[in-house]
Design a protein around this ligand. Structure first.
Ligand code: 13P
Length: 316
């Protein structure tokens, strides 16, 4: 059942974070839904601009609709990840999305406000909620690359002004994470002080943590042992998900970790079976492994086991 992102946030706020997982194809969708049901967790499916263009946006929407039919117990929202203004309007008008993200965080403050506000007005007219971003995460997110030293943490006072002026429903804050597999050099460091200050200024307001993959080192080691060359990677400490949730983070974005599961499964499979050319056996292994990964993450986010209570609170 597709619900609004606002309904998910209302249930989660201050208690747990909803996992927001990016998907591009049917195998990821199957793994995601299976893992969510196994762990009895609500979730958010994220679709990026690149994912919409990968096969065809209609194909991806059909896959998600079908997954919803195959797993009628699932409660989830569908969200556009890192949209530009035009893509936000397309998704708002499509009638399929629960929420969109407008990412104008690379623009100066006033321009970010102006663009985000336009998207909020169009989205709210259709009952869709909007995530905006303030501050700048480092790393690479599809076609956006932020060089080291240009990433900036969210300023809490600016965050308050930004939310007031745009009316956005949730805010992606830069608290030290970055997109991709190379998040930290040396010690991992999340800025909980920024979350604390924002929570103090805006109690009850839902925050979003991007760049939250943990980049499991055993996964990376297996990829490298099977021919990969992912060196020096580092992710977020999974034990920091729940403390962030208690400080108002209701949505935690995880994409890279899923790609690592895919890469490990396929590299190992074809290394061990060099004469194989049927892609379905590794595809099946991937679905099972991704489901396991999703269930494990939902436990760490605190969303595991919340499905029945959420359903009751929604009166369904
Ligand atoms: P990761 O690269 O850490 O998975 O972050 C994904 C993300 O924030 C998508 O918006």
């Amino acid at each position: 059942m597709i619900v609004t992102t606002a309904q998910l946030f209302k249930h989660a706020y201050g208690k747990y974070a909803v996992g927001a997982y990016n998907i591009n194809n049917a195998e990821q969708a199957m793994g995601l839904f299976r893992g969510a049901i196994e762990s009895q967790a609500p979730f958010i499916i994220q679709i990026s601009k690149g994912a919409r263009a990968y096969t065809d946006k209609r194909m991806l929407e059909a896959i998600i609709r079908s997954a919803g039919d195959i797993f009628p117990e699932a409660i989830f929202a569908v969200h556009l990840d890192h949209g530009d203004e035009q893509t936000c309007y397309e998704c708002i008008d499509s009638g399929f999305f629960s929420s969109v993200m407008i990412d104008a965080s690379h623009d100066p403050f006033d321009k970010n406000v102006e663009i985000s506000k336009r998207v909020v007005d169009r989205a709210h007219a259709k009952g869709i909620s909007v995530e905006a971003e303030l501050g700048m995460l480092g790393g690479v997110e599809e076609d956006i690359k932020v060089e080291d030293g240009h990433a900036t943490l969210t300023n809490p006072a600016e965050a308050q002004e930004f939310v007031k002026r745009t009316g956005c429903d949730s805010l992606a804050c830069a608290i030290g994470t970055s997109h991709g597999a190379f998040k930290f050099k040396g010690k991992q460091s999340l800025h909980f002080d920024v979350l604390e200050k924002i929570k103090h200024l805006m109690p009850g307001y839902p925050l979003v943590m991007h760049g939250s993959s943990s980049v499991p080192q055993d996964e990376v080691a297996r990829i490298n042992a099977a021919g990969g060359t992912i060196a020096g990677s580092m992710g977020v400490d999974v034990n920091e998900y729940l403390p962030a949730a208690k400080l108002g983070v209701t949505k935690i974005n995880i994409d890279t970790d899923g790609r690592l599961v895919w890469t490990r499964v396929h590299r190992e499979f074809f290394r061990d079976k060099p004469s194989e050319f049927d892609f379905r056996p590794p595809g099946k292994i991937f679905i099972a492994e991704y489901a396991k990964f999703i269930a494990s993450r939902n436990k760490l986010l605190g969303s595991a086991g919340q499905l029945a209570d959420l359903r009751a609170s929604l009166g369904k």
